[in-house]
Design a protein around this ligand. Structure first.
Ligand code: B1M
Length: 214
């Protein structure tokens, strides 16, 4: 993958060009570029650039939605390729974006990496309130619960969710991992999570460690 390919992919994300981004990715795959390289070298930095432009008022919400649509279209192509190594379930993981937060691209990526590492993933979707996590733990009995938050306001919902899980008497039965752009190791420690991961690849590694220690 050349620097020109990378720049083109970033531009496609910025301009929300679904057809073009899928065509470029298909060409790169046909030329044996690794899906994880496309993801890490072009798509994630591309979305970061969208975020920077959003922050300084160069891009507005409707445009960012188009960017998210292009990212999702790209992920549709990469997902089956990232899952190719899928093996027998190494453990069940419940994932969700917390209450009030509708960002799901990062959470979906974490889900893909977990599945790729052989985990069974139950996805609660976005804007999942604490009681939805509690009910899902009762129903699905996961070993691990993963929470995602992208806003400084909604990340506080992770604390509330951990408290709700504890109040329901379910805290000893699960290990909890948290992540998302504003989340840090320090915050994870403060709210009593068992682990924090900066990105989806590290999330899958941390979950493996948690399962091994359980
Ligand atoms: Co929003 N948004 N957004 N947005 N958005 C951010 C997060 C923001 C940083 C942009 C900015 O201002 N620079 C900012 C948050 C500021 C803050 O709180 N500090 C922001 C804002 C303000 C908002 C709104 C409030 C805007 C408004 O309405 N005025 C609004 C909130 C809506 C809501 O949730 N209630 C809003 C809305 C939206 C869209 C709907 C338009 C869209 C989301 C579409 C979707 O997800 N389907 C959107 C987008 C796309 C973004 C940015 C540009 C990109 C997010 C993304 O997908 N990144 C984002 C800017 C940015 O992040 N730089 C921004 C790519 C993705 C692969 O990375 O999600 O970080 P990420 O996930 C990573 C890691 O964080 C980690 O691994 C992933 C992969 O490596 N990770 C985990 C994530 N979850 C994890 C869980 C784990 C472990 C690791 O364990 C379980």
């Amino acid at each position: 993958m050349t620097t020109q390919d990378i720049e083109e992919l970033k531009n496609c994300l910025q301009n929300g060009e679904r057809k073009k981004i899928t065509a470029i990715i298909e060409k790169l795959i046909a030329n044996n570029t690794l899906p994880v390289t496309i993801l890490n070298d072009a798509l994630i930095p591309g979305m970061t650039r969208v975020g920077e432009k959003m922050k300084c008022g160069e891009m507005y919400l409707p445009e960012v939605l188009h960017s998210a649509g292009a990212m999702n279209a790209a992920m549709e192509i990469l997902k089956p390729l990232l899952l190719q190594n899928n093996v027998q379930s190494a453990g069940r993981v419940l994932v969700g974006t917390v209450k009030g937060d509708m960002h799901d691209i990062g959470k979906n990526l974490v889900g893909i990496m977990l599945k790729g590492a052989g985990m069974e993933v139950v996805d609660l979707g976005v804007q999942a309130p604490p009681d939805k996590f509690v009910e899902a733990i009762k129903t699905h009995r996961p070993a691990i619960v993963g929470m995602s938050a992208m806003l400084t306001t909604t990340m506080l919902g992770m604390k509330t969710t951990i408290e709700a899980i504890a109040s329901a008497g379910l805290r000893p039965s699960v290990k909890i991992i948290v992540g998302g752009a504003p989340v840090t190791q320090r915050f994870a420690d403060e709210i009593g999570a068992d682990a924090y991961a900066r990105d989806a690849v590290r999330a899958a590694e941390k979950v493996k460690e948690l399962l091994a220690a359980a």
